[in-house]
Design a protein around this ligand. Structure first.
Ligand code: NAD
Length: 260
């Protein structure tokens, strides 16, 4: 379905981003990977994806906390793969603390990576998409883009911001073949969430399984984790022709979290 398209997936060395990159590659898209991690492991992922799906896969290690590097990521995709048709703004970090103790530099970092990078990526990818009259901007927000939890001020603010940014871009592109939408996952078991499970286990003296159950029970009625593959399947749908008039939506896939 996506043969001939080029997708940039930020934060695709791990978790949800890796799942989305693999699903888009399985549909035939060439992929620009991005993210941090061990160079050898990233190369194994890159080469493995290229071989498994028969597509071109490049990697760029831009630090998306830095606007110039986010611009560089888009420019590298254009230079190495020819264009950017699909931009998945997925890279994100979490930091948990009450507002009054929240370290200033953590606030700045969460906002920079989770929100500002989506703005800069969109800004630099959009002109090419508009010139070809086809594009998909998929912002990985969160259930926390639509509802709050205590101690996550920067993350919740950033993710609500991402949902707002998505709506603005959707309106500015409404008469074109470019769409912008947000996916709002509930709990997905990735390194980002494992850290929170570890912290809960340490705080309450629980096993990993008990802490996972506690975490899910608090927010997610299904009491099961959403999987990266399920999120990725939604991203693939957003890239399909059937989704041509899905615009400015914030779609929650969250085990019922936001139904409460
Ligand atoms: P993860 O930690 O597994 O992956 C995050 C990715 O972002 C990694 O590839 C990492 O290297 C990359 N990254 C981090 N900082 C970066 C930077 N400065 N520059 C470039 N890349 C950077 O986390 P995940 O759970 O897969 O999260 C992916 C997205 O999904 C995030 O935006 C997160 O907020 C969102 N999300 C996750 C969950 C969940 O339960 N896991 C729920 C809702 C939303």
């Amino acid at each position: 379905m996506l043969k001939g398209k080029v997708a940039v997936v930020t934060g695709s060395t791990s978790g949800i981003g890796l799942g989305i990159a693999r699903a888009l590659a399985a549909e035939g898209a060439d992929i620009m990977m991005n993210g941090f991690g061990d160079a050898g492991e990233i190369e194994t992922l890159r080469a493995g994806m290229a071989a498994e799906f028969g597509v071109r896969v490049a990697f760029n290690g831009a630090d998306l906390a830095k606007p110039a590097e986010t611009r560089g990521l888009i420019e590298a995709a254009i230079a190495e793969l020819g264009k950017v048709d699909i931009l998945v703004n997925n890279a994100g970090i979490q930091f948990v603390s009450p507002v009054e103790d929240f370290p200033d530099e953590q606030w700045e970092r969460v906002i920079a990576i989770n929100l500002s990078a989506a703005f800069y990526g969109t800004k630099y990818a959009l002109p090419g998409m508009k010139s070809r009259n086809w594009g998909r901007i998929i912002n990985v927000a969160s259930a926390h883009g639509l509802a709050a939890s205590p101690n996550k001020s920067a993350y919740v603010a950033a993710k609500h911001g991402v949902v707002g940014l998505t709506k603005v871009v959707a309106l500015e592109t409404a008469e074109t073949g470019v769409t912008a939408n947000a996916i709002c996952p509930g709990w997905v078991l990735t390194p980002l969430v494992q850290k929170q499970i570890d912290a809960l286990a340490a705080r309450k003296g629980l096993s990993d399984a008990e802490a996972s159950r506690d975490l899910l029970s608090e927010k997610q009625p299904s009491k099961t984790f959403v999987t990266p593959e399920q999120i990725a399947a939604l991203a693939v749908f957003i890239c399909s022709d059937a989704a041509a008039n899905l615009r400015g939506a914030a779609i929650n896939m969250d085990g019922g979290w936001l139904a409460q």
